[in-house]
Design a protein around this ligand. Structure first.
Ligand SMILES: CC(C)(COP(=O)(O)OP(=O)(O)OC[C@H]1O[C@@H](n2cnc3c(N)ncnc32)[C@H](O)[C@@H]1OP(=O)(O)O)[C@@H](O)C(=O)NCCC(=O)NCCS
Length: 148
């Protein structure tokens, strides 16, 4: 398996994918990620064919990375592709001096992200945001810290 950075040529791949339950075409998001965030976005390929993608966004001060989405192609699931993509992002964080990767996930993926070293945390959010996300959206925030 090969893991490479996202490039602007991947825009049409991203825009043509089935992101359900997210909307399918989100031109501005995918264009922005493909053009501006290729350093922290990765594509997994098996024999030249797409098998997974990790989309992340680095904050303007560089200290934080938000994991927008991790998606592994159905036939490629449970073979370590998602883990490899996450490990690649962790390597990026270490090399680039990022202090924190954070993400939002529903309960069914808690174990998956905990195994990758993420812990539920709301330290950097306001109490109002924590309340909104936890109680209303039923989604949790997970964080992994790096030395920066
Ligand atoms: C979640 C997802 C990215 C995992 O990718 P993957 O390549 O299949 O995962 P891996 O092969 O790296 O899995 C490693 C371990 O996590 C487990 N795992 C995989 N998917 C899981 C899930 N949805 N929930 C809990 N554990 C899961 C695997 O069983 C495996 O454990 P094992 O080694 O004991 O068998 C993939 O299932 C996917 O694309 N799902 C749909 C999109 C999604 O939910 N994305 C995440 C939210 S942004």
């Amino acid at each position: 398996m090969k893991i490479r950075n996202l490039t602007k040529d991947d825009f049409f791949l991203l825009n043509g994918m089935d992101w359900a339950p997210l909307p399918r075409e989100r031109d501005s998001i995918y264009l922005f990620l493909a053009l501006d965030q290729g350093d922290c976005c990765f594509i997994a390929e098996e024999n030249g064919s797409f098998s997974g993608v990790l989309l992340a966004t680095r904050s303007s001060d560089g200290r934080s990375v938000y994991l927008n989405h991790l998606l592994v192609d159905n036939p490629a699931r449970k073979k370590g592709v998602g883990t490899r993509l996450m490990e690649r992002l962790h390597r990026y964080a270490v090399e680039a001096g990022v202090e924190r990767i954070w993400l939002m996930a529903y309960e069914d993926l808690r174990a998956y992200y905990e195994r990758l070293g993420y812990r539920e945390s709301y330290d950097f959010l306001s109490p109002e945001l924590q309340q909104y996300l936890s109680s209303e959206k039923k989604i949790s925030v997970f964080v992994k810290h790096f030395s920066g």
